[in-house]
Design a protein around this ligand. Structure first.
Ligand code: MN
Ligand code: MN
Length: 340
């Protein structure tokens, strides 16, 4: 017994000594932590075989990609005059002035596009269940923002009541579920049905067509869904609270008599909290998950493949994400490569 005790004690000492050394190494030298670096992080996310002018919000951004490889592997410069995607707006448009102020916890960290009630292409819809920005000219949302924790999860069944959103101003075309029929796209939720199951009312709110976008089956039922499930696991298994911003950008061939423009990319930023998801509870080591994936037909099943940085999503969209977080912390979190 004495012998066993000594062995046990000696092993414990060795073990803790190693753990201490490891801890010191990790905390004193970041280089020891394996870094997954994204070699294209300075470029708008156009790294696919099927990359095209629809992936960019402006000529300026497409030009960055062309400048990187003048052989023009993506054929961005069709007429060979050295200028990429000349039909796009010259520069990334500046954000509108911020005119809408809300106490909603769903946008406590900021309003990424400064959406408000004046511009129908940047129109804020502020609900109990989520906040989103709608664009009439795209026939769909640009981004949605929502808090997810155990309070939002219950046992309500999927309501499946896809329907037009009457909240849009009078005279605005209301996208209907039938607009997607025969398009080849899924009616993809931005705020997932499974994230809002506490009440029927909450779940129904996710089936309003303003929360729906044309999503390829391979994206919707592939890595996108895997990430949604991964996020709920953080809730169920670790009791986390998530602050999620999901969005789309880029353009593919319109559907629904040109009324709906499917996006070419889908992205998501998840800020992970142990407590209330507020600006005060964010610090330099706050965990984030960031992805940007093609809304295409060939995707990797692993959502982790599509991890990137917030800076890169800001570059691609022209938005200011997490804008209410103090600048120094915001800069640190945004430059970081997501590595889950
Ligand atoms: Mn989905
Ligand atoms: Mn930002």
């Amino acid at each position: 017994m004495t012998h066993w005790n000594f062995e046990y004690w000696a092993r414990w000492v060795r073990h803790s000594a190693q753990a201490t050394v490891l801890l010191l190494a990790v905390t004193s030298c970041d280089d020891l932590v394996p870094q997954v670096s994204d070699p294209n992080a300075h470029l708008p996310p156009c790294v696919e075989q099927n990359c095209n002018c629809g992936d960019f919000v402006s000529q300026e951004l497409a030009q960055l990609v062309l400048n990187e490889d003048s052989n023009d592997p993506y054929n961005l410069d069709g007429d060979g005059n050295g200028r990429a995607c000349e039909r796009l707006p010259q520069a990334t448009p500046d954000l509108d002035w911020e005119t809408y102020f809300s106490n909603s916890p769903h946008i406590a960290l900021g309003n990424p596009s400064h959406a408000g009630q004046e511009n129908i292409d940047n129109y804020l819809i502020d609900r109990d269940q989520y906040v989103l920005a709608y664009s009439q000219s795209h026939g769909g949302l640009r981004w949605a923002s929502w808090v997810l924790n155990r309070d939002w999860i219950g046992s309500t069944e999927r309501q499946n009541n896809f329907r037009p959103d009457g909240i849009l101003p009078k005279g605005t075309y209301q996208v209907t579920p039938r607009d997607y029929t025969g398009s080849g796209y899924d009616r993809g939720h931005m705020v997932p049905s499974a994230d809002r199951t506490a009440t029927e009312r909450d779940n129904s709110a996710t089936f309003l067509m303003t929360n729906i976008f044309p999503q390829t089956a391979e994206n919707n039922r592939g890595p996108w869904k895997e990430l949604e499930a991964y996020c709920r696991d953080l809730i169920y298994q670790q009791g986390k609270t998530l602050y999620i911003i999901g969005g789309v950008y880029g353009q593919k061939q319109p559907i629904a008599k040109q009324r709906v423009i499917p996006p070419s990319r889908t992205w998501k930023v998840v800020v992970v909290f142990d407590d209330e998801p507020t600006v005060d509870n964010v610090n330099y080591s706050t965990d984030t998950i960031v992805v940007d994936m093609p809304n295409g037909n060939r995707l990797d099943e692993q959502w982790q493949t599509y991890q990137t940085s917030i800076d890169r999503i800001e570059l691609a969209t022209g938005y200011d994400l997490l804008s209410d977080i103090p600048d120094a912390i915001q800069a640190e979190l945004e430059a970081r490569q997501s590595k889950h």
